[in-house]
Design a protein around this ligand. Structure first.
Ligand code: SF4
Length: 345
């Protein structure tokens, strides 16, 4: 059965028209999905019974049931354990900030990249998510905000949940097209960010296809050998190839890149490390996101202290003119921070 949340608007139109029905019925259905945030065909009253019965026979609304919902003690972060149709489980996070909210979505059940400090990497790869399963996570987050009478707050979507999004390129980009549609969730210019561990072919393809989303690259080390210890995927796509791809992205699209750096106490947080990353990305339009390491069961490292983070920022700014931000630590108490998602059975 076709998952309606996996279809772009032109595909939905084509499907409905292929049945010999008016495009107006496709428009009604699209509104039901993305303005009504439907979890089923349920109260779809705007279409005639013959259209509805065809929909019920051949399609489904791929809503993902919530198996567990947890809220951080400060009330700003909610984490959802969602079950897929085959029983696989993923996690999605909704973060509220002043006047806006961000949905952090998963692109895979598990992950094959094996970053040593990441709970998803520690669990291994399960399977790829479909575009519908990705879109459905955002609809879930939007529905929570609608119920709280805050429907306009969903401003951003970040592909920073479980999985490496460029390892599931086609489904992720299809989901992006659906999320960006101006007559639907309308997550347009600058509101979607994809974070990659450095899948070089995917970065190049994003640039060549001029994908209109922000790119964040997880660096964590400016030294190939050291980086490969933290991020095993670096053996397949070494640092020099990764930086070539980043330069290609910036020059092809005229856009900056966000570089992410998990600050691990005593491992990659000294002034020397800051100089190394400054030299590595100097000349690129870049912003560095510093993320004090979040704890996971399978990695013994500790987060850097505030003074180390400030020293790192000073070196980047004073010696290389690089802007940086220390990411707010959100949802750590419920395992919803960066690198903490793991989808328990
Ligand atoms: S950090 Fe991202 S790419 Fe690395 S293992 Fe975790 S989910 Fe996969």
């Amino acid at each position: 059965m076709t998952d309606l949340y996996g279809l772009t608007r032109p595909e939905l139109n084509a499907l409905v028209e292929s049945w010999g029905f008016s495009p107006d019925h496709a428009a009604s259905l699209w509104r039901h999905l993305y303005l009504g945030l439907a979890s089923s065909l349920g109260d779809l009253r705007e279409v005639p019974a013959r259209v509805r019965s065809r929909l019920e026979a051949e399609t489904r609304v791929g809503d993902l049931p919530v198996r567990l919902e947890t809220a951080s003690s400060d009330g700003f972060t909610r984490k959802f354990l969602l079950e897929l149709a085959d029983g696989a489980r993923i996690e999605t996070v909704l973060m509220r900030f002043t006047g806006r909210a961000t949905a952090c979505v998963s692109s895979q059940a598990g992950c094959a990249m094996g970053c040593v400090f990441c709970a998803t990497g520690q669990m291994g790869f399960g399977r790829q998510l479909s575009a519908g399963e990705i879109v459905s996570q955002v609809v879930r987050a939007a529905r929570v905000l609608l119920a709280a009478r805050e429907p306009k707050r969903l401003r951003n979507v970040v592909f920073m949940g479980m999985g490496e999004p460029l390892h599931n390129y086609d489904a992720v980009m299809r989901a992006v097209d659906i999320l960006r549609d101006p007559s639907g969730l309308a997550l347009g210019a600058g509101r979607i960010t994809l974070s990659t561990v450095g899948v070089v072919p995917g970065i190049r393809r994003m640039a060549d296809e001029a994908r209109p989303i922000h790119l964040a690259v997880s660096l964590h080390s400016a030294d190939q050998e050291e980086r490969a210890l933290l991020v095993p995927a670096a053996r397949r796509w070494p640092l020099d190839e990764l930086m070539d791809a980043c330069r290609h992205f910036c020059s092809a699209l005229g856009r900056r890149i966000f570089f992410e750096w998990a600050l691990i106490e005593g491992r990659n947080d000294t002034a020397d490390h800051a100089h190394a990353v400054g030299r590595l990305i100097r000349g690129l339009p870049a912003h560095v996101n510093l993320i004090p390491l979040n704890p996971t069961a399978g990695y013994p490292g500790a987060p850097s202290r505030g003074e180390a983070a400030r020293r790192f920022q000073r070196v980047l700014a004073d010696d290389y003119g690089l802007p940086s931000t220390v990411r707010q630590r959100r949802g750590i108490d419920i395992g919803a921070g960066c690198g903490q998602l793991a989808a328990p059975a």
